[in-house]
Design a protein around this ligand. Structure first.
Ligand SMILES: Cc1cc2nc3c(=O)[nH]c(=O)nc-3n(C[C@H](O)[C@H](O)[C@H](O)COP(=O)(O)O)c2cc1C
Length: 209
């Protein structure tokens, strides 16, 4: 049995917690093929639409640290079916994720699609590269139209991913998504207002006559 993500996540203490909650039999009986160690078109499509994600790293003292990463939609690039990359932009200059990754290259990402109530978790090993270390990669991750200063490129080697269920995800919409959704209503309102003005003009002219 291989269940890539859970094979990593299920440590002895996790196994003990499952046993305590009588969930161990469920996982022991699991026989499906969910290695999830290569991205498919499904994940590629999902990643291309994301404009942010959360990344957990681990400090040298064992403390987890979660930070947000954002950029233009699709800024987390699929290099191939087992590799991702993104330009890491200048921020508050604490460099906590960067420092953590220098000591321990393991990270866990979670990506949210709030409107569709989907979430994708990804275990990766992360490698820090200079902006110009690999010209093809630089071309792939840099977006000249995006107003941010990239300080480094992170290349992420996939270990395993997993999809979560939609439970407890409240649908949320970005300004752009709302703008797209209400645009037909605005257009219809403008059309009706124009018709209304034309009718009022005709009525006024009839009254003058
Ligand atoms: C001017 C500025 C101030 C910021 N202040 C904070 C902050 O106080 N706390 C925080 O979590 N992120 C802050 N951010 C965002 C982080 O700097 C950004 O997420 C960065 O990528 C974090 O890098 P790290 O995870 O390597 O520490 C700030 C960004 C900018 C540009």
């Amino acid at each position: 049995m291989s269940y890539g993500f859970l094979d990593i996540a299920t440590t002895p203490s996790v196994r003990a917690a499952q046993a305590e909650m009588e969930a161990d039999a469920h996982w022991a009986a699991f026989s499906g093929n969910r290695a999830f160690d290569r991205f498919t078109d499904n994940e590629a499509h999902f990643l291309a639409a994301r404009d942010s994600f959360y990344m957990a790293t681990v400090s040298e003292d064992g403390w987890p640290y979660v930070q947000h990463r954002g950029g233009p939609a699709g800024f987390l690039k699929l290099v191939n079916d087992r590799t991702l990359a993104f330009a890491d932009y200048r921020g508050n200059r604490q460099y906590i994720s960067t420092g953590n990754l220098a000591a321990n290259d393991r990270a866990c990402l979670i990506l949210m699609d709030y409107p569709r109530r989907a979430r994708l978790k990804i275990y990766v090993h992360v490698e820090k590269l200079a902006i110009d270390a690999d010209p093809a990669l630089t071309d792939l991750v840099m977006d000249k139209d995006y107003k941010a200063r990239a300080e480094r490129i992170f290349r992420l080697r996939l270990e395993a991913f997993d999809w979560n269920c939609p439970q407890h995800i409240t649908p949320r919409f970005s300004e752009r998504e709302i703008e797209q959704a209400v645009r037909p209503l605005h257009e219809r309102m403008a059309q009706l207002e124009a018709e209304n003005r034309a009718l009022q003009d005709r009525l006024a002219k009839m009254g003058d006559a």
